[in-house]
Design a protein around this ligand. Structure first.
Ligand code: NAD
Length: 481
């Protein structure tokens, strides 16, 4: 079994608390790793170390940082099997999801090779005669990254690669349920040539030490992915000290199926959108709205396809669903299903458990008084609702506190674009699943789903600071026009 200590200044550092917690394998709740319980002093040490490393290396050239990204991509491709093994055994990822996550991380690193040379300012016409005016973009200093349990590699790579590519130092607080990926990232960046102290990891309970990290005076920017509850709390802390931040939060994403849609394609996309990685995906299509003339046909086809979605051996390529991450999450999934059933919803498929895994579950007849109607389940559960007109569908889709992703299936492009304009969501996909990401797009949500956008372009907003610089020429004619 692996013992995980903090990674600070290029060294393995034992926790000040002297204690370790169990990181559980969700398949059977056996202990997967023993992990350092970080305290406030550990966080302070990591941030101070990062700050010193930033001061030492702040003038590193773009070419050097480009080299780290390229080398890291090579290493991750070489070690893909190891990363996948951890994603399977630590957080219960079916191999298809683990493979996708690893390939995405490699692609992100490749895209990030282009970032260092693109950090550019402008020359600006000046109103003052003889004044040369320009803007520069500087790294902010030390960036704090906080990751969720479900995609710890994608988020760990997005956050750390962007911080390092833009010339910052980075401190990662990984999810307590997925710390081992952070340990692999420490080895990755080290081998890629990143100097000691620019990438650091502190383990521990986010609820106990998260505020020390995000509130630390030497943290300039925060990039957080997790629940809306914790995201709102972090926004409060960042606001008090005027830090920059990006929040990638929860969702309750709608998928609309119009009567003219290709039903087979819509069924396949809906299945992938909600049941991939047992529904523990922020963009999961947990609300499916179907135009009334095809509601029955779609419900039958979707329930039949759902019944075939396999809960199984995680390393079998055909397995779509595995165990739910923790007892707390399992309790939430059970509560949402039981509450809906008790209040009269019909179970069209699933709602059965084997060990820690819940079968892919489809509900119909869900009403506003049921918990599953509005709350994020973050499990393999979706609800089908009929609608009559596109305007109704838009109103229903927007009737949520969240605004992450939304999809529409139709052959009518005008309808689809009208939906794309009106949907209160950060991302809209036409004739495609709600679940999609690419390295260079503005990824993120609106309303309770987030603030700011992730990606190799949009992340520059929180990873760099503008500076306006002018030079007054001594030879310019005074007061000229
Ligand atoms: P969570 O909010 O419980 O935990 C996320 C992280 O926050 C963990 O590392 C935790 O230790 C840390 N944390 C807890 N309290 C903190 C505090 N006070 N200060 C700083 N950090 C603190 O979320 P989770 O259960 O790990 O992940 C599931 C949630 O994440 C879902 O809501 C899901 O929709 C969301 N998510 C969003 C995206 C996205 O890109 N929008 C992607 C993945 C997951």
């Amino acid at each position: 079994m692996k013992n995980l200590d903090h990674w600070i200044g290029g060294c393995v550092v034992a926790p000040g608390s002297g204690t370790y917690f169990d990181d559980l394998n969700p398949i059977d709740d056996s202990c997967y790793a023993r992990v350092a319980v970080g305290n406030a002093d550990d966080v302070d040490r990591a941030v101070e170390t990062a700050h010193q490393a930033f001061l030492k290396h702040r003038d590193m050239t773009a070419a050097v940082r480009e080299g780290w990204m390229a080398k890291a991509a090579e290493i991750m491709e070489r070690d893909a099997a190891l990363f996948q093994d951890v994603l399977v055994d630590e957080i219960g990822s079916p191999i298809a999801k683990a493979g996708f996550e690893t390939r995405f991380a490699v692609n992100f690193l490749r895209a990030a090779t282009g970032v260092p040379r693109r950090i550019r300012g402008e020359t600006i016409p000046s109103d003052t005669p003889g004044r040369f005016s320009m803007s520069l973009r500087h790294p902010v200093g030390v960036v704090a990254g906080i990751t969720p349990f479900n995609v710890p590699l994608i988020k760990g790579i997005k956050q750390s690669a962007m911080a390092l590519a833009t010339g910052n130092a980075f401190v990662l607080l990984p999810s307590e349920a997925a710390p081992r990926i952070a340990d692999l990232l420490a080895a990755l960046w080290s081998e890629a040539g990143v100097p000691d102290g620019l990438f650091n990891v502190v383990y521990g309970n986010g609820a106990e030490i998260g505020d020390v990290l995000t509130g630390h005076p030497k943290i300039a920017s925060i990039t957080f992915t997790g629940s809306s509850r914790v995201g709102k709390h972090i926004a409060g802390i960042a606001a008090k000290s005027l830090k920059k931040y990006t929040l990638e939060l929860g969702g309750k994403s709608p998928l609309i199926v119009c009567a003219d849609a290709d039903i087979e394609k819509a069924v396949g996309a809906a299945l992938f959108s909600i049941f991939m990685y047992q529904g523990q995906v922020c963009m999961g299509a947990s609300r499916i709205y179907v135009e009334r003339p095809i509601f029955e046909a779609f419900s039958h086809a979707f329930a039949a396809a759902t019944a075939k979605a396999k809960v199984g051996e995680l390393r079998e390529p055909g397995t779509m669903l595995g165990p739910i991450i923790s007892e707390r999450q399992r309790e939430r999934v059970r509560r949402h299903i039981d509450d809906a059933r008790t209040k009269g919803a019909e179970v069209l498929a699933g709602a059965q458990w084997s060990g820690n895994s819940c079968a892919a579950t489809v509900l119909s007849g869900v009403t506003a008084d049921m918990t599953v109607f509005a709350e994020e389940t973050f499990g393999p559960v979706t609800s089908l609702y009929p609608f009559d007109t596109l305007e109704d569908a838009i109103e229903l889709a927007n009737d949520t506190e969240y605004g992450l992703s939304a999809s529409i299936f139709t052959r009518d492009l005008d309808k689809a674009l009208h939906f794309a304009r009106r949907a209160e969501a950060g991302m809209v996909h036409i004739n495609a699943p709600t679940l999609h990401d690419e390295p260079h797009v503005p990824f993120g949500g609106t309303k309770a789903s987030g603030f700011g956008r992730e990606g190799t372009e949009t992340d520059l907003e929180i990873m760099t600071e503008w500076k306006w610089v002018t030079i007054q020429s001594a030879t310019a004619a005074p007061g000229g026009h």
